[in-house]
Design a protein around this ligand. Structure first.
Ligand SMILES: [Zn+2]
Length: 479
């Protein structure tokens, strides 16, 4: 009974706690909310009609931004318009292959329309190309080229842009992206440049005719097909197409395009804003302002000379240098100015022996104009070249070999030691006999054989003669 009573009390306590909880929770949560949270959405037919929510006013339809229009101009084309020709390379064909690859890649992006000034081997004037780009409302035109230099000495990649206003500003802004990418590929940057013709307008016809129509055109000279430094970048079709894809990516970055196909989004790609110049951005027409060399060291044992070169060009910066050890009679190949932020560089050069070195340098600016340095005369270095050392070594070895041959007797005439003296004499005797009379032994044997046969023949004939005589004597006796 006591236990029953205790259980009854417990049940009462629990019931009162439950009741208290229901009261508290119904006060804290409005009716239905608790259910809604625990049981999920209330079926539509069970929902209590509420005041209709204010419907937002009909928004004007969001217009899709007009697509970016890009015009690609594969340089040259048609009869007598091959562009650069070098070995088996024909520039107009290379440019077209590059442009086709660039178009295909660009069309993987959203919101871009691409046109080409030519799709085959056609003669089209530069003005016609620009007019076509204008007729399709191009946002920008890209003129695509490969380069060669008259003396096959230049190497690297470069972009040419208009020297005027907005065309300069936009062109430079794009070209900085393009050049960064080409440099990342491993090409040497020859810079982003303007060039003016005699009339004071843009020198390159495609840029000039585009500018006249307020159209921005960037001329890309991808690399020099006639220089070994660039050659590995433009050996064949695959690489020309890779340039096309690189150019397309630069365009996508500049115009903030995105591509689901490629899985890239350049919407937030940072772009250098180039202020619109209110003057003509003139090309550099003067050579470097300074070019001085200083002697650092000279290694008399191997001909290596270290030189410090200080050169500066406040217009277009430094681009290359070339050195001479014969007072400027001949110069080395162009060397890249690797750190363009530095006016002073050091380098080493190999000077041949047995001459009086007359060191001088030519330093080139961004427009390939050069200034010659002072001359430094050094004492002759009479070290031996690798060829001389190799020839000397070969001669030494030959001499040693012949001396060894003279000193040592032939193999069969090894000088006798005390223990083998008799043996040596015997061996020598037999070898001498073998060497001097190999024919007389067989001759002697033949003679012996002939003599034996003769003796045998004579003996036989004597026997026969004696028997014949005996027979005759017997016959005579019988008679
Ligand atoms: Zn060209």
């Amino acid at each position: 009974m006591k236990i029953l009573n205790k259980n009854f009390n417990r049940i009462l306590v629990w019931l009162s706690v439950l009741l208290l909880w229901i009261i508290v929770s119904s006060c804290l949560f409005p009716a239905g909310q608790l259910y809604a949270q625990e049981l999920g959405p209330v079926p539509e037919e069970q929902q209590v009609p509420t005041e209709p929510a204010p419907v937002p006013e009909a928004q004007p339809a969001v217009t899709e931004p007009a697509p970016i229009v890009i015009v690609l101009d594969p340089g040259h084309g048609g009869e007598g318009e091959e562009g650069a020709l070098y070995e088996s390379f024909v520039e107009k064909d290379m440019n077209l292959i590059l442009a086709n690859a660039m178009k295909a890649e660009l069309e993987k992006y959203e919101g871009v329309t691409v046109y080409m000034t030519r799709t085959g081997d056609e003669n089209i004037s530069l003005a016609q190309r620009s007019e076509f780009a204008k007729s399709v409302n191009a946002d920008m035109m890209f003129c695509l080229h490969f380069n060669t230099s008259g003396s096959h000495t230049l190497f690297g990649t470069e972009c040419w842009i208009s020297a005027f206003g907005e065309e300069y500003s936009k062109g430079r802004s794009f070209a900085e992206i393009e050049m960064d990418m080409l440099e990342d590929l491993g090409l040497y940057s020859r810079g982003i440049k303007t060039r003016l013709g005699d009339g004071g307008l843009d020198y390159y016809g495609i840029i000039r005719t585009a500018s006249e129509l307020d159209l921005t055109c960037v001329l890309i000279e991808h690399c020099h097909i006639d220089h070994q430094n660039d050659r590995s970048f433009c050996e064949g079709r695959e690489q020309w197409e890779a340039f096309g894809r690189l150019d397309a990516t630069a365009v996508a970055k500049y115009f903030h395009l995105k591509s689901d196909i490629l899985g890239v989004d350049y919407s937030d790609y940072p772009i250098t804003t180039v202020p619109v110049p209110d003057y003509v951005v003139r090309p550099d027409t003067t050579p470097p302002d300074v070019c001085i060399i200083d002697f650092i060291s000279q290694d008399m044992t191997n001909g290596v000379v270290a030189i410090q070169l200080s050169a500066a060009d406040y217009d277009s910066g430094m681009l290359y240098y070339a050195y001479s050890y014969d007072g400027g009679e001949t110069f080395s190949d162009l060397q890249p100015w690797n750190d363009k932020s530095q006016d002073t560089i050091t380098f080493t050069m190999q000077v041949p022996p047995h001459i009086l070195p007359q060191i001088m340098v030519k330093a080139y600016n961004g427009y390939d104009l050069y200034t010659e340095s002072n001359l430094i005369s050094l004492p002759s270095m009479d070290y031996k070249t690798e060829e001389e050392l190799a020839a000397e070594q070969a001669q030494k070895e030959a001499e040693e070999e012949s001396a060894a041959l003279e000193d040592s007797p032939p193999d069969e005439e090894i000088p006798p030691t005390e223990t083998s003296a008799r043996k040596y004499v015997e061996v020598r005797r037999t070898t001498v006999a073998e060497k001097t009379e190999p024919m007389s032994v067989s001759y002697f044997l033949t003679v012996c054989l002939v003599c034996a046969l003769l003796v045998l023949g004579m003996a036989l004939s004597m026997i026969l003669l004696l028997r014949y005589r005996k027979k005759r004597r017997r016959k005579r006796k019988r008679r």
